[in-house]
Every structure is written in C-alpha cells, then in structure tokens.
Design a protein around this ligand. Structure first.
Ligand code: FE2
Length: 229
C-alpha cells in the first residue's frame, strides 16, 4: 500500500527527533525537504472551512483554532489556524526544535534569538520579519536560534503546519517541565536588539479545536518500529 505524504512526513519527523542529538541538524534538513513539499490537500486543508472568513465571524468563536494531527513523547504535529487580524502572541519553545509550513493564507513571523537571560526578562536579537505563504518553504527555529516568535495572519485567515520536538510539557533534562512563556517588549536597546519581559498568557489568546480531516494517520507503532525507538 502506498503511504500518504503525511505519514511519510511523520515517519521522517520521528526519525529526525528520535535520533541522537548530534545528527538532529542533518535530519532536520531531510524533514524540511518533505515539509516544503506538503500541500493543503496532504492534510485535508484544501478549501477548508477554517480558511474562509465566515466561520471567524461567529459569536464566541476563539481567535485561534488548533487541529491536532499527531503527538507522542518525541514530537507534536498540528495545524494552527489564525483568524483575520489576529496573532499568536510572542512566546518561546524551551530547548525545542520547531518547523513551520504555511498551508493556507499568509502569515507574518517576527522572530527573536535570546542573547541574555535575566530572570524575568531577556535581551533578544531581532530578526527581519518574514512574510510567508504556501508557495514558500518552511521556517525553522532551534533551541538557541529564533526560539521566540510571534505569528500573525495577513489579509484573512491563515494556517500553518507546526512540528515541535520535544512537545511542550515534557521534561527538560535537569531543567523542569517545558512550559510556554509569553513575552512583551519593554524597550529597544539597539536597532536589532530588544529587552523583553516575561508576561502571563494574554487573556485574549484563546484556542479551540477542530478535528483533523486529512488522510488517515498510521498508528505510532509503524513509525517507531522503523526506528527501533
Ligand atoms: Fe511557536
């Protein structure tokens, strides 16, 4: 039986992030190759209702919707859909890798690399904002590079496939639980450097869920057996 693209992607993601730390960078390239070739139909997002403005006009609708595709203790894969004129607030990914592939609409990504940690605040290098749509290749963040970001929709709803490894709420070796921290700007220190303070999760940032409607995801045993994890 021919395996669907999403299952090939998942198998490569498990291989990539289930491998020893030293080979993760080269395996991320193999994953990026497949992710770059992921189309909306590969994950059931062609003409998806969440990419039409109407659903976002409903009273009480959360501004962000998450479509869960797969999660184990190695990685998590899902789709974030952002309503028009909305954003995921500035947040981090502690000791994590991340890959983002836009599969609907357009997003603007503002990324930062932490250069100094001071308890309740951080100094961060400001990267050039990226405007990304489905025609573009995926964006990568690492434990030490571009680990903080803010993602906003541009001209209508936008959706991106998000691969995170390890997932939030897993244990950091010698470092407690991987919790998401949110940040707000305090002041610019230079043209490309900013002081950010840690804040509570903004109250306007609420999410709801929508079921995954793409090709069937194989049981995790098929990915993990391949890799002897
Ligand atoms: Fe993120």
């Amino acid at each position: 039986m021919m395996s669907s693209h999403i299952n090939n992607l998942l198998r490569q993601a498990v291989t990539t992030f289930g491998s020893v730390k030293e080979v993760i960078p080269q395996n991320v390239e193999a994953l990026k190759y497949l992710l770059d070739r992921t189309s909306p139909s590969d994950i059931g997002f062609k003409d998806h209702v969440l990419l039409k403005p109407d659903i976002w006009r409903k009273t009480g609708k959360a501004p962000i919707t998450y479509v869960d595709i797969y999660e184990d203790d190695i990685l998590t894969i899902g789709v974030f859909v952002i309503s028009p004129n909305m954003k995921l607030p500035l947040h981090n990914h502690p000791c994590m890798h991340g890959l983002i592939k836009v599969i609907g609409g357009t997003v603007k990504i503002n990324s930062y690399t932490v250069t100094e940690e001071n308890g309740k605040s951080v100094v961060a290098h400001i990267h050039n904002p990226l405007i990304v749509s489905n025609a573009d290749s995926s964006c990568i963040l690492g434990p030490l590079r571009e680990n903080l970001h803010e993602i906003e929709s541009v001209n209508g709803p936008a959706a991106f496939l998000d691969i995170l490894a390890p997932p939030y709420d897993t244990q950091i070796p010698n470092g407690g639980t991987r919790k998401c921290t949110y940040f707000a700007p305090v002041k610019f220190l230079a043209e490309d450097s900013i002081l950010l303070k840690k804040i509570k999760c903004p109250s306007w940032f609420t999410t709801d869920c929508y079921p995954y409607e793409g090709p069937r995801i194989l049981d995790s045993i098929f990915f993990r057996e391949d890799n002897n994890i």
